[in-house]
Design a protein around this ligand. Structure first.
Ligand SMILES: *[C@@H]1O[C@H](CO)[C@@H](O)[C@H](O)[C@H]1NC(C)=O
Ligand SMILES: *[C@@H]1O[C@H](CO)[C@@H](O)[C@H](O)[C@H]1NC(C)=O
Ligand SMILES: *[C@@H]1O[C@H](CO)[C@@H](O)[C@H](O)[C@H]1NC(C)=O
Length: 638
C-alpha cells in the first residue's frame, strides 16, 4: 500500500504496516473443537481476547508502528445484527488503546453489505477503512453515497486475486471520483487484498508469449501500478508508464489470440437441450448395467495411482527432451500396464489407468487446450504449505485434438474389465486457473465445458463406456454471499451437464468430489444428473449420509469413500464393513459403489496395495451377507 503523499517512505521500506486478523473475524472464522456443544458461539469469547489485542497493540505502538491494519474480511459475509453488534462493541472497547496509532480496518473479496458498511464506518478509534473495489464494485456506490469526514479511505483498485495488468486510466478516473468524496489527503491507493494470491514477479517469465506477457501483472508489477496511481494522484503522472499500459489494454481488447468466433458462437447458441440428458437416471442405470454387468457394490479406484519418483523423472526427462517421445510413451505404457495388472489381481471391478502421464489434473488439460498460457515460476500458495502454479486462461477455449483418448484406449485394450475415462470437469479447470476478467466467469466455463464435451464424445466413440468427470472444486467456488450462490450453482451444474448431455444411455458418467460439505448443496449435486457420484466421506465421519436421512430423494449411483487416503493407516476390513453396513441403512445396495475417498497419487504402493485389498475383501463380505439375507427372505416366501 502506498499513501499518496508518503510514497517515498514506502519505497525505502521504512514504514511497514503490521497486519493482524481483527478480533471479530478471528472469532467468526473459528470453529469450536470437536466435542464442544454445538450451541457454543466462539463470539462469546470476545471479552476474553480483547485484552490480548490491547497488549499486542501496545507493543506494536512501542515498537514504532504508525499504522496497524486489522483484517476484518467477515464484514463481507451475510452477518446478523448480533454479529455486526460485536464489531461495534469490540472497537469501542479497544478505542482507548488505539490512540497514538492509526488503525486501518480492511475488508476484501466481496462487496460490503449496506448494514455492515454503516457499522464499519462508524467504528470507534479507527482512522481508515479499506475496501476491495475489484470484487466489491457495489461498495463503490456506498462510498460515493457517504464516507465519514476525516477518515482515510484505502481504495483497493489493483486486483490482488488475479494476474491481469490494471486498467490504469480507468482506475485513475475512479480514484479522482473518490478523492472528491474523501478529500485529497485522505485517499490511499492499494491492492484489493493481500498479494498472497498472485505470483511474485513476471521478470523471469521468459517463455511466455510477449504479447500475452504485456497484459499481465504479478505482485511486483502490481506494487508498481499502485505507486504509479498514487503518484498520478499527487500530480506526478508517469506518462510513459501510463501510455504503455494503455497500449497493452488496447492490444488485449483487439487481439486475435483472445477471440475465436466459432467458440463464441457455440457458447452463445447453448440451449436447454444442450445441458440435459434426455432420459432419467434410473432408466440409464438399467441400460448401463445390461452392458457392464457389474456385481452389487461394484468396486473402483477414484482416479490416480501413486506417482513414483521414477515416473516423475521420466516426465521431467521427456519435457527436457533428454529422452525421446517413443521412450516416454513406452515408459508410461509400462506403468499403465502395471496399474491395470494390479487392479485385476486385486479383483477391482471398474478400472482406472492411473494417470501416470499427468502432472496435475488441471495443468494437463490446460496444456492441450487453446486459450491457456503457462508460467515457469508463477507459484501461489494454496492451502497451508502447498503451492500451485495455475494456468492462465487468456482467450476463448477450444480443443484442437483429443487429449486423453490415446491413453484411455491403450489402457482399455489391456483388460477385459471396464476402464474409466478420466477427465477434469469445467468448473474445476476454471476455479484452479487464473481466469479472464474481460468476460463473465460462466461464459468461460461454458467454453471449457464444450471443449470437454468434445473429449467425452471422442472417448465414447473409442469404446470407453464409463467416463468420470471430476468436479473437485464445485463447492470451493461457491460465492461467499448467499444472494449470489444460486446463480453460481446453476451455471456450474449446467457446465458439467453440457459435457455429457450428448452421450448414449449406455455410457455411464461418474463424477467425483473431493470434499464432504455436501449437505448445503445437495439439490445441486442431484441436479448434476451424473449416473454415479463418488465423494470423500471418511474425514467427515460419514456426514454425507445424514442428508439421506433427511428425506432427500436420490436415485443415482453413489460411492461415499470407504477409507481415508490421506492417512497412512491401513483401514481394517472390519472398519470398512461397519462403514458400508451403516451406509446400507440409508441407501439401496443397488446404488452403492465401494471406493476410496480420493485419488492415490500422493500415496506409496506399500500403503495402497493393502488398503485396496481390504476394500475389495470388504465388498465381497458384504455382498455375501446381502445374498444370504435375500435368500433367507425368499425362503420364507417359498
Ligand atoms: C530472476 O532471475 C535472475 C537470474 O537467474 C535471479 O537472479 C533473480 O533472483 C530472479 N528473480 C526472481 C524474482 O525470481
Ligand atoms: C477456434 O475454435 C474452433 C472450435 O470451435 C477450433 O476448431 C479452432 O481451431 C479454433 N481456432 C483457433 C485459432 O484456436
Ligand atoms: C476457487 O474459487 C473460490 C471462489 O472464487 C476461491 O475462493 C478459491 O480460492 C478458488 N480456488 C483456487 C485454487 O483458486
Amino acid at each position: 500500500m502506498a499513501d499518496a503523499d508518503r510514497v517515498d517512505d514506502l519505497q525505502l521500506g521504512v514504514d511497514a504496516v503490521p497486519v493482524l486478523i481483527g478480533p471479530v473475524s478471528y472469532l467468526l472464522l473459528s470453529k469450536p473443537a470437536k466435542g464442544v456443544q454445538t450451541s457454543f458461539s466462539p463470539l462469546s469469547l470476545l471479552g476474553k481476547i480483547l485484552p490480548i489485542y490491547k497488549e499486542v497493540v501496545s507493543e506494536l505502538k512501542a515498537g514504532g508502528a504508525s499504522w496497524i491494519q486489522f483484517d476484518e474480511p467477515t464484514l463481507v459475509l451475510d452477518l446478523d445484527c448480533h454479529e455486526l453488534q460485536a464489531f461495534t462493541e469490540a472497537y469501542a472497547e479497544l478505542e482507548s488503546c488505539l490512540s497514538g496509532v492509526k488503525v486501518l480496518v480492511q475488508t476484501y473479496f466481496a462487496d460490503v453489505p449496506t448494514e455492515a458498511y454503516k457499522v464499519l464506518t462508524s467504528l470507534k478509534g479507527v482512522a481508515g477503512f479499506g475496501f476491495d473495489l475489484v470484487r466489491g464494485t457495489k461498495t463503490l456506490d456506498l462510498i460515493m453515497g457517504g464516507f465519514p469526514i476525516g477518515k482515510y479511505l484505502f481504495a483497493g483498485v489493483v486486483d490482488g486475486r488475479n494476474i491481469w495488468a490494471n486498467d490504469l486510466a480507468g482506475s485513475l478516473v475512479t480514484l479522482h471520483a473518490l478523492e472528491s468524496i474523501v478529500g485529497k489527503d485522505k485517499l490511499v491507493v492499494s491492492t484489493s487484498c493481500s498479494l498472497l494470491h498472485t505470483p511474485v514477479d513476471l521478470v523471469n517469465e521468459t517463455k511466455l508469449d510477449k504479447e500475452i506477457k504485456s497484459w499481465l501483472a504479478f505482485a511486483a508489477q502490481k506494487v508498481n501500478e499502485v505507486n504509479a496511481l498514487a503518484k498520478a494522484l499527487a500530480g506526478q503522472k508517469d506518462e510513459a508508464f501510463f501510455s504503455a499500459n494503455a497500449a497493452a489494454q488496447a492490444s488485449r481488447k483487439s487481439s486475435r489470440r483472445v477471440t475465436n468466433h466459432s467458440v463464441q458462437k457455440a457458447a452463445a447458441a447453448l440451449g436447454d437441450s444442450d445441458h440435459r440428458r434426455a432420459t432419467t437416471v434410473s432408466s440409464r442405470l438399467d441400460a448401463q448395467q445390461k452392458k457392464l454387468n457389474l456385481p452389487v457394490l461394484p468396486t473402483t479406484a477414484i482416479s490416480s495411482f501413486p506417482q513414483t519418483p521414477e515416473l516423475r523423472r521420466v516426465r521431467h526427462e521427456c519435457k527436457a527432451k533428454k529422452i525421446s517421445e517413443e521412450e516416454y510413451v513406452k515408459a508410461i505404457m509400462e506403468e499403465i500396464s502395471k496399474v491395470v495388472e494390479l487392479q485385476e489381481e486385486l479383483d477391482i471391478d471398474v478400472l482406472v489407468h492411473g494417470e501416470p502421464e499427468r502432472n496435475d489434473m488441471v495443468e494437463y488439460f490446460g496444456e492441450q487446450l487453446s486459450g491457456f498460457a503457462f508460467t515457469i515460476n508463477g507459484w501461489v500458495q494454496s492451502d497451508g504449505s502447498r503451492c500451485v502454479k495455475p494456468p492462465i486462461i487468456y482467450g476463448d477455449v477450444s480443443r484442437p485434438k483429443p487429449m486423453t483418448v490415446f491413453w484411455s484406449t491403450t489402457a482399455e485394450s489391456m483388460t477385459a474389465r471396464p476402464m474409466k475415462g478420466m477427465l477434469t470437469g469445467p468448473v474445476t479447470i476454471l476455479n484452479w486457473s487464473f481466469v479472464r476478467n474481460d468476460q463473465a466467469r460462466f461464459e468461460t466455463c461454458y467454453q471449457i465445458a464444450l471443449a470437454i464435451k468434445d473429449e467425452v464424445e471422442d472417448l465414447e466413440k473409442a469404446g470407453i463406456n464409463v467416463i468420470q468427470i471430476d468436479e473437485a472444486a464445485l463447492r470451493e467456488g461457491l460465492p461467499l454471499r448467499k444472494s449470489e450462490q444460486s446463480f453460481y450453482l446453476d451455471w456450474a451444474v449446467y457446465s458439467l451437464r453440457i459435457t455429457n448431455c450428448g452421450v448414449q444411455d449406455t455410457t455411464q458418467i461418474h463424477t467425483h468430489m473431493c470434499y464432504s460439505h455436501f449437505s448445503d448443496i445437495i439439490p445441486s449435486i442431484i441436479d448434476m444428473d451424473a449416473d454415479v457420484i463418488t465423494s470423500e466421506n471418511t474425514r467427515s465421519d460419514g456426514k454425507i449420509l445424514s442428508v439421506f436421512c433427511e428425506g432427500v430423494q436420490y436415485v443415482a449411483g453413489i460411492g461415499p469413500g470407504v477409507y481415508d487416503i490421506h492417512s497412512s493407516r491401513i483401514t481394517s476390513t472390519a472398519e470398512i464393513v461397519d462403514r458400508i453396513t451403516e451406509t446400507l441403512d440409508v441407501l439401496e445396495p443397488e446404488r452403492l459403489w465401494v471406493n476410496p475417498d480420493c485419488g492415490l497419487k500422493t500415496r506409496e504402493y506399500t500403503e495402497v496395495k493393502p488398503a485396496l485389498k481390504n476394500m475389495v475383501a470388504t465388498a465381497m463380505i458384504v455382498r455375501t451377507q446381502l445374498a444370504f439375507a435375500k435368500e433367507a427372505v425368499c425362503r420364507k416366501w417359498d
